[in-house]
Write a protein that binds this ligand. Structure first.
Ligand code: GDP
Length: 536
């Protein structure tokens, strides 16, 4: 049996992020195909098909054909144990993506080669930089006409503020996309096939040296010449490959390809697994020291809670990122926030095709624990003899607000329970307006679809009808000053500004515009505001 250290070292845990439609799902599926985890492409998420293999638990997801929740896919490839944390592409569910990124050691950013860096790319990228994790870029859809690769690299550098290092370089694009040049091995990889269909099998490759006359025939004389010019330019640029800069998120290795036709997927996968880091250490806030992932004792934190994944069992699953040691089914663990020892009765892992029970898992892995309502997002669990506490997960700023009021006042208990439990999952945030009771609450969400999900779930899971009124706020700021230092009631604010409290007693202000925010800052010297709640 390999030691814990060996097991941990073989782990690669990452999330794939993209603006919707850039090709995240297609790339995920092709990675599974290449690693032999699925036999045919098309089984991860058939948007129109009946088979929603990975996350099929929510009606809204089926109705709209979008993937609402993240799931974790695990597979082994070439000696590595790979965990892909899938994330919903739809921007209304980006809160979920944000939290998932807290559990990832690296991110793959998929960019549509014709569109370049898009709005959602920027947002998600910002979250990755909060954690300084390495970011790998896959420029996708090269089988369509795309923008000039040099332009794309410049855009990534200018808009996202990260250095780029092309690992592969495309040979032609659109109908003329013939292959990629691998800068590490210095070889041309020409793809076989016409490269226009959704490939369900691995693509054939022919390798050759740059300058080999045979290449003129293989990729075309003009392509060959252009490639030689491009490579000369790239080699001449003074951007050195710097692994340390990659590991700290200052330099992104860039790959070009087409997830649909499989062109460029394998060179990406190989280099990615070579360069992506093994599990990173998380900091223990009690000692302010990093916790070594290969340490014997088990520890981890809850980054996501999902209720009713399986309608038949009405279960609630807490997803735990293991930060150190080994998890064993049935083991005793200390739940730090609850201050008690519990039995981790069952763990589940999301496999490519099915949900399977896991008996053991190691640092870097994600396990789903059946949660009878014990956990909140950010909670730490660890071996009974160990005392660590991982940092809270930042709460991301909702951009849409609504007042939710219960229709039947007799169901107050269910209403409060439902709101609290659903807020614990993190998709919505609930706030209390100062001086009001609990029969109506202000709900904030990153996307408006979350309100629909909330209403639907309150109805079906808690049998509570609510009414919803949209509120004009769009900007939220947490007050950083302590209550002793500042009494919110004395703040000078415009009439449109609202004073609220979050579930943890944090104090906030809701603004309808930047103008109102600026007004508050100007008229209240000493007021300190933060875009994120709970950041330490
Ligand atoms: P996601 O929203 O980022 O998960 O994107 P999907 O993987 O669902 O892809 C969005 C659309 O782009 C789908 O119609 C895919 O078939 C298509 N697509 C994905 N990758 C490629 C590609 O490499 N080339 C082309 N032409 N289309 C692609």
């Amino acid at each position: 049996m390999p030691s814990i250290a060996k097991q941990v070292a073989s782990r690669r845990t990452f999330a794939i992020i993209s603006h919707p439609d850039a090709g995240k799902t297609t790339l995920t599926e092709k990675l599974l195909l290449y690693t032999g985890s699925i036999q045919t492409a098309g089984s991860v998420k058939g948007k129109a098909s009946a088979r929603h293999a990975v996350s099929d638990w929510m009606d809204i997801e089926k109705e709209r054909g979008i993937s609402v929740t993240s799931s974790v896919l695990q597979f082994t490839y070439d000696g590595a144990c790979v965990n892909i944390l899938d994330t919903p592409g739809h921007q209304d569910f980006s809160e979920d993506t944000y939290r998932t990124l807290m559990a990832a050691d690296a991110a793959v950013m998929v960019i549509d080669g014709a569109k370049g860096v898009e709005a959602q790319t920027i947002k998600l990228f910002k979250v990755c930089t909060l954690r300084h994790i390495p970011i790998f870029t896959f420029v996708n859809k090269l089988d369509h006409d795309t923008r000039d690769p040099f332009d794309l690299m410049e855009e990534i550098e200018d808009v996202l503020g990260i250095g780029t290092y092309p690992m592969t370089w495309p040979i032609g694009s659109g109908r003329n996309f013939k292959g990629v040049f691998d800068r590490n091995s210095r070889r041309v990889i020409a793809f076989e096939g016409d490269g226009h269909a959704n490939a369900t099998k691995k693509v054939g490759e022919i390798e050759a040296e740059l300058g080999d006359p045979a290449l003129d025939e293989l990729i075309g004389e003009e392509n060959h010449k252009n490639l030689m010019d491009d490579i000369e330019l790239l080699d001449g640029a003074d951007n050195e490959f710097d692994l340390d800069a990659v590991r700290h998120g200052r330099l992104t290795p860039v790959f070009f390809g087409s997830a649909l036709t499989n062109f460029g997927v394998e060179p990406f996968l190989k280099d990615f697994l070579r360069l992506a880091p093994p599990p990173l250490s998380y900091t223990d806030t009690l000692s302010d020291e990093p916790v070594e992932p290969s340490r014997d004792e088990f520890s981890g934190f809850v980054f996501k809670i999902q209720a009713n994944m399986d309608r038949r069992h009405r279960d609630r699953i807490a997803f735990v990122r293991i930060c150190s040691g080994k998890f064993e089914r049935g083991m005793d663990a200390y739940h730090v926030q609850g201050d008690r020892t519990i039995k981790l009765a069952t763990g589940t892992a999301m496999m490519a095709d099915d949900r399977a029970t896991v008996d053991e898992a190691y640092a870097g892995d994600i396990v789903g624990l059946f949660d009878p309502g014990l956990f909140s997002i950010g909670d730490t669990i660890c071996a009974p003899g160990m005392r660590v506490q991982y940092p809270p997960i930042p709460t991301f700023a909702p951009e849409h607000f609504a007042r939710i009021t219960q229709v039947d006042t007799l169901k107050r208990k269910q209403f409060v329970k439902g709101m609290e439990e659903l807020a614990q999952e993190g998709a919505i945030q609930i706030f209390r307006e100062l001086g009001t009771g609990l029969e109506s609450v202000i709900v904030g969400a990153v996307g408006v679809l979350q309100f629909e999900v909330l209403e639907q779930r309150l109805r079906s899971e808690y049998h509570v009808e609510v009414s919803r009124t949209s509120l004009p706020y769009s900007i939220i700021r947490w007050i950083q000053n302590s209550p002793e230092e500042l009494d919110v009631r004395t703040l000078k604010l415009t009439r449109e500004t609202c004073r609220v409290e979050d579930m943890r007693g944090g104090r906030l202000l809701l603004f309808t515009s930047d103008w109102n925010l600026d007004w508050a800052i100007e008229h209240n010297p000493g007021l300190r505001l933060s875009e994120f709640g709970n950041v330490t």
